[in-house]
Design a protein around this ligand. Structure first.
Ligand code: 5GP
Length: 205
């Protein structure tokens, strides 16, 4: 029987740079995870391609997929649906490939409930003071709006407790290396190594 792949979930507060870290990770030639392309109802941005960056679908199509039980998780984020198609993830894991999701926090909690064997990594901003000074410095938001954003960010940061690992996104390169380290050590966990190892010993023990 093929050994099941690992499900790796990268998540974290909005604006922390999950997408940038994910792209940098996949540019690394030593990384061989399979990226699960999400489905969304938001409009493609310039340069984004259907089936590469996202599967861009209508609201009705998305809701049909939900109804048919075809999503591993989904969430509404800034008035649009985002979600992970279940089929691809299952097929790849069963074929022994490691699958990588980059999703927001509510979706990650749903995956955690359904796939307790997954590896849950929380990407977090270096500090909240910096976020405040960035927002104030930008000068585009009223103080009230800034306070609300800080409040949301601090609530989201507390969601860290639902994860297995925390990676501080101070430098993209560091974050990428830490994620690679996490996955490397996860591969060595006894629960992953032992079944094959015992098999390899045959009737000796
Ligand atoms: P953006 O519109 O900037 O591409 O993504 C907005 C947010 O949605 C980001 O935080 C991104 O991580 C998250 N996201 C992308 N795909 C998924 C998904 O399949 N499920 C969930 N729950 N969030 C997603």
């Amino acid at each position: 029987m093929t050994k099941r792949g690992m499900l790796i979930v990268l998540s974290g507060p909005s604006g922390v740079g999950k997408g940038t870290v994910r792209k940098a990770l996949f540019e690394d030639p030593s990384v061989d995870f399979n990226y699960s392309i999400s489905m969304t109802t938001r409009q493609p941005r310039d340069g984004e391609q259907n089936g590469v960056d996202y599967y861009f679908v209508s609201k009705t199509e998305f809701e049909d997929h939900i109804k048919n039980g075809e999503m591993l998780e989904y969430a509404k984020y800034v008035d649009n649906y985002y979600g992970t198609p279940l089929n691809y993830v299952n097929q790849q894991l069963e074929a022994g490939h490691d699958v990588f999701l980059e999703i927001e926090v509510n979706g990650a909690l749903q995956v955690r409930a359904n796939c307790p064997d997954g590896i849950f990594i929380f990407l977090t901003p270096p500090d909240i003071k910096e976020l405040r000074s960035r927002l104030v410095g930008r000068g585009t938001d009223a103080l009230e709006v800034i306070n609300k954003r800080i409040q949301t960010a601090s609530k989201e940061i507390h969601m860290m407790q639902n994860y297995d690992y925390a990676v501080v996104n101070d430098k993209i390169e560091n974050a990428v290396n830490q994620i690679k380290d996490i996955v490397r050590s996860e591969r060595l966990k006894v629960k992953r190594v032992m079944p094959d190892y015992l098999d390899s010993l045959g009737d000796e023990i």
